[in-house]
Design a binder for this molecule. Structure first.
Ligand code: SF4
Length: 193
C-alpha cells in the first residue's frame, strides 16, 4: 500500500520540492564548498529530536504518527526522548491546565538552544473547547511557539505537516538568530533571560 505522505516532499506552487536535499555549493573532485549555515541547517532539520509533552487525546494521534503507517522516523525524528537536555523539538499535545504551565515552562527551559516548539491541536494552541478558568488558553502565553497545528485532534498528516514546517524553519534559520536583539527581546517578553 502506498504511503500516505511522501518522504520530505512538499508542494510549492504545484511543484514538488524535496526539502531533504543537500544544500547547493561548489564541488569538484575531493572537495565541496558551501555555506556553513546551510549545511548546519540541513543537518539539524533532518535530525530533529522531539520531546512529546502529551497530556490528552492529541497525544494518541502522535502515537499514530510515530507508528509504522505514518512513521515519523522517515524525517529523521525517530529519536523521541523525555530528556529535555537532549531534545530540540518540544511538541505540546493536549490540554494544558494552568497548574501544568510551570512544569511545561521548566521543561522548555531545560532544553538547550537551539530549540523549537510545535503546539499540536486546538487545546495547546488556544485552549480549544475548554474556555474555563483552569485551562491555559494557548501555550504561547508561557513559551514561544514556532508552529501551530490546527485540529481537534489533528490527523497524523497534519502533525507531519507541522514537523515539515519546523524543518523548513530550522533549515533556513541563520546561525546568528539566537544572538539577535529580536530573539533576546522575544525571550525577555516571556521572562526568560
Ligand atoms: S485539541 Fe481536541 S483532541 Fe486535542 S487534546 Fe484538545 S480536546 Fe483532545
Amino acid at each position: 500500500m502506498a504511503r500516505p505522505v511522501q518522504f520530505n516532499v512538499k508542494n510549492e506552487g504545484g511543484k514538488k520540492v524535496d526539502i531533504s536535499q543537500f544544500p547547493g555549493g561548489y564541488q569538484g573532485e575531493g572537495f565541496f564548498a558551501g555555506k556553513m549555515s546551510e549545511l548546519v541547517g540541513w543537518g539539524r532539520s533532518n535530525s530533529l529530536w522531539p520531546l512529546p509533552f502529551a497530556t490528552s487525546c492529541c497525544g494518541i494521534e502522535f502515537m499514530a504518527t510515530m507508528a509504522s503507517h505514518y512513521d515519523l522516523a522517515r524525517f529523521g525524528s525517530e529519536r523521541v526522548g523525555f530528556s529535555p537536555r537532549q531534545c530540540d523539538l518540544l511538541m505540546v499535545m493536549g490540554t494544558i491546565a494552568k497548574k501544568m504551565g510551570p512544569v511545561l515552562k521548566q521543561v522548555y527551559l531545560q532544553m538547550a538552544e537551539p530549540r523549537w516548539v510545535i503546539a499540536v491541536g486546538a487545546c495547546a494552541s488556544s485552549g480549544g473547547i475548554f474556555d474555563t478558568y483552569s485551562v491555559l488558553q494557548g501555550i504561547d502565553q508561557i513559551i514561544p511557539v514556532d508552529v501551530y497545528v490546527p485540529g481537534c485532534p489533528p490527523r497524523p498528516e497534519a502533525i507531519i505537516d507541522g514537523v515539515m514546517k519546523v524543518q523548513d524553519l530550522v533549515g533556513q534559520e541563520s546561525l546568528r538568530r539566537r544572538n539577535s536583539e529580536q530573539y533576546k527581546a522575544l525571550m525577555e517578553s516571556y521572562g526568560i533571560e
